[in-house]
Design a protein around this ligand. Structure first.
Ligand SMILES: [Zn+2]
Length: 423
């Protein structure tokens, strides 16, 4: 089945005949429109793009335009705001690392949020139908929160859904799933890891999952797929109005909202735009956003476009599943090890619910949050051979098992997990 995003994008962008060609042209026109709009309305871009004419005749021209960085937003988010604040319907404040204490703020109008409702509704068509009962384990109490937007998108499809927020008591969640005949769940990956390992019986009736984050560990996808669960993953961030790209039924990479965003993959060091097939940093340009459009925004996330078309047969581009944050690394023996590698290594042990790694004086301190105090010797041997391979024995490690009975710790560590390191 072709990704349902295709039909939605053709209709929304009014594409004709040669869809790929007309979509490319549509994106170029919207890039131009966005540049004009932000130059007229945003103090930041008025300054940043003062030497840019606004006539972008090709994507090559566009690649000459300066990037927008996360720090630009945290320094003064209001310089990005394109309209009086009274039209803003939601503001999301994101804690940013660093010592300045500055917070990143992202602004949305009602139309900005509704565009995401439409995208989610189109994306969910690949996963949910009228016979499904979907549990949304995302915060959803307030207007414009991610859970609220997911709910609206499923309501549009007439799919029964329940917003319960981020899980705090897994027994209560397990009971809810059972008594409400839930067969599909939208959640953060580490919460599903916890739920599926502690309440194995529940997963006999859960058939479909939508896991959303910057990165979903492959070991988790494999483990859940082995339980006959179809695992869809979604990649997005607040800067893209939550939604960005989602998997089709082929479950082998995402298609993105090409009618509302333009994505590039660039070399993280040089900023040069990379050919499809190469891994680099995902860069986002938004279309039609009213409150706070972004031009060539550096996401800090690894990404790559596939060179082959998706098995679903769409003309839309396909992104590889995210590999997480570029700067989520531990420096050990002059080697940068991405936390993703620890995820794949440690989370394959079913007793591990989460972990924390930090580097202190040539020693890798690994705190393991365990459900059952087992397999420590195996974990030790696995970590040992991994570090031997990376550091040729020059780096020590300490394992600290932490047998936590509740899941509050998972709550705090699963989003954009950043390692603690002295560097
Ligand atoms: Zn596809």
């Amino acid at each position: 089945m072709i990704t349902p995003l295709e039909k939605w994008i053709i209709k929304d962008a009014k594409l004709t005949k040669d869809y790929r060609k007309t979509l490319d042209a549509y994106q170029l026109i919207n890039i131009e429109k966005t540049i004009k709009y932000v130059k007229d309305n945003s103090l930041f871009y008025k300054n940043q793009l003062q030497d840019i004419s606004g006539n972008i005749s090709s994507l090559k021209d566009f690649s000459e335009i300066p990037f927008t960085y996360s720090k630009d937003i945290s320094e003064d988010p209001y310089r990005f705001l394109c309209m009086p604040e009274k039209f803003v319907k939601r503001i999301v404040t994101l804690n940013t690392s660093g010592t300045t204490g500055a917070n990143k703020r992202i602004f949305f109008t009602e139309n900005d949020l509704n565009m995401t409702v439409d995208f989610f509704a189109a994306g969910f068509k690949a996963m949910a139908g009228k016979n499904d009962r979907v549990l949304i384990m995302m915060p959803g109490l307030t207007y414009g929160s991610v859970g609220d937007i997911i709910k609206k998108s499923l309501d549009k499809l007439n799919v029964v859904n329940f917003v319960v927020g981020v899980m705090e008591d897994s027994y209560e969640t397990a009971r809810f799933i059972k008594y409400n005949n839930i067969n599909s769940i939208v959640a953060l990956p580490m919460q599903i890891l916890y739920l599926s390992r502690v309440h194995k019986d529940i997963f006999k009736s859960v058939e479909k999952l939508m896991l959303s984050a910057d990165y979903v560990p492959e070991v988790l996808i494999q483990e859940l797929s082995a339980k006959n669960c179809s695992v869809f993953t979604h990649y997005g961030m607040t800067e893209t109005s939550y939604g960005c790209a989602v998997e089709c039924k082929a479950l082998n990479g995402y298609h993105y909202r090409e009618n509302q965003l333009y994505l590039e993959v660039v070399n993280p060091l040089t900023g040069e735009v990379l050919e499809d097939g190469n891994w680099g940093e995902i860069v986002v340009t938004t279309f039609k956003r009213e409150a706070m459009p972004l031009i060539r925004y550096r996401t800090g996330d690894w990404g790559a476009f596939k060179t082959q078309t998706c098995k679903c047969g769409t003309f839309l581009k396909t992104l590889e599943r995210s590999r997480g944050r570029i700067n989520n690394v531990i420096n050990a023996c002059n080697t940068k090890i991405n936390t993703r590698e620890f995820d794949e290594l440690l989370l394959k042990f079913e007793s591990v619910m989460d972990y924390k790694v930090s580097e202190e004086n040539d020693n890798l301190k690994t705190t393991l949050y365990l459900h059952e105090n087992c397999c420590l010797d195996n974990i030790k041997a696995t970590l040992n051979s991994f570090l031997q391979n990376k550091c040729k024995g020059k780096f020590k490690f300490t394992l600290v098992p932490d047998d936590k009975k509740n899941i509050v710790f998972v709550h705090n560590t699963m989003i954009k997990r950043v390692p603690t390191s002295r560097t």
